[in-house]
Design a binder for this molecule. Sequence first.
Ligand code: SF4
Length: 455
Amino acid sequence: MSDQAGPHDRPQTMCPAFGSLRVGLRMRRTATVLAGSACCVYGLSFTAHFYGARRSIGYVPFDSESLVTGGLFEDIQQAVYDLADPDHYDAVVVINLCVPTAAGVPLRLLPEAINGVRVVALEIPGFGVPTHAEAKDRLAAAMLHYARREAESGPVAAPRSGRGELPTVALLGEVFPGDPVSISRMLEPMGLAAGQVVPTREWRELYAALDCRAAAAIHPFYTESLAEFEAAGRPRIPSAPVGRDGTAAWLEAVGAACGVDPQAVEAAKEAALPDLEAALAAAPIEGRITVSGYEGSELLVARLLVECGADVRYVGTALPHTPWAEPDRAWLEARGIPVQFRATLEDDTGAVDAYRPDLAIGTTPVVQHAKERAIPGLYFTNLISARPLMGPAGPGSLAQVINAAIGNKERFDAMNAFFAGVGQGETAGIWTDEPQVPPRVQVAGGDQQRHGEGR
Ligand code: SF4
């Protein structure tokens, strides 16, 4: 399977456009418009509102005629003009889904701005963007690109909260709201502060993000956004301040990137590490764990689990290997823990079967696979990535949810024994009569058996 394979080749991956849609929906004064098949837009709207979007999603429908005659582009253009009211919006984001992208609907012909409202148009097809995480990067990078050109050509607005006194380190990747506070505390002895988190929540925060001393790839898949920081002349820092080793290495990397006096770097480490060591000692985790997900922070979570004492056997991530994940990959593999980038569902469930962990952390189908085998599972997105990871708050928060889940093993065993053989294969569903199962026979030309087919 190609490294760029998306949901069309790997149907267990969610529609990538959700990543861009979510970034747009979370920004103030930003309208988001989708152009695509109604079924895709329905699914994306449903998921966005399930995750609390509380914002309208614009939709430009099409039919065969408007697609082939160019009418769809005119409809999109009209929708953008109708929306571009500077009293309400700073930006309008337009996203072409699979069909308009495949049909070549030319979003590049849209104006860059209408009445002062920026128009940011991009194509996020399932056959071109492998994961929703990378689609977040696509939109964040498109906005950074736009904002960088604005900042280069004249004065721009300051952030709503004003500019801080200390130079900042911008943070790439969605993090728990308390994490930037923990990071700021760690950076303070070096005369630095945590800067804007990208994706930002408002257009003017893009300028503040670019106005950093360095950019930290907290989530290592923000490669297009990092290229914008590079173009702005900002050094980039891999990994994140997670656990003892990760924090020590990250503070050193920040110091080197920002030209901080080595004594100040040592002071920052001396201030941060004892509290972290105490937090790790107070948060022991015992048990064998497999970790997988599509958020991009899987390696960071695995590092913290290992430092809490967990026996991590496998780390799978749907994201690609980038230089910004390299310190985490090297740290994990030096401890004999295999890291699978661009992991498929089969890789992840295969690891669960191979290692029979006490806990499987993963995507919904991985957790389901584990629970069917009476193995406790935790959904990465909702239960792991929505917690603090950085600083002394990280170990205790993680250990609490992990230990509670591992402690459920007996309940899983009891349920498994009670329901053994019920609701699987031919026994699924409600039957008044005994199901008549046709005999399994060899499929012609194949090596699998199916019911009721002969040579
Ligand atoms: S836009 Fe493409 S990847 Fe997304 S749901 Fe539709 S067909 Fe699937």
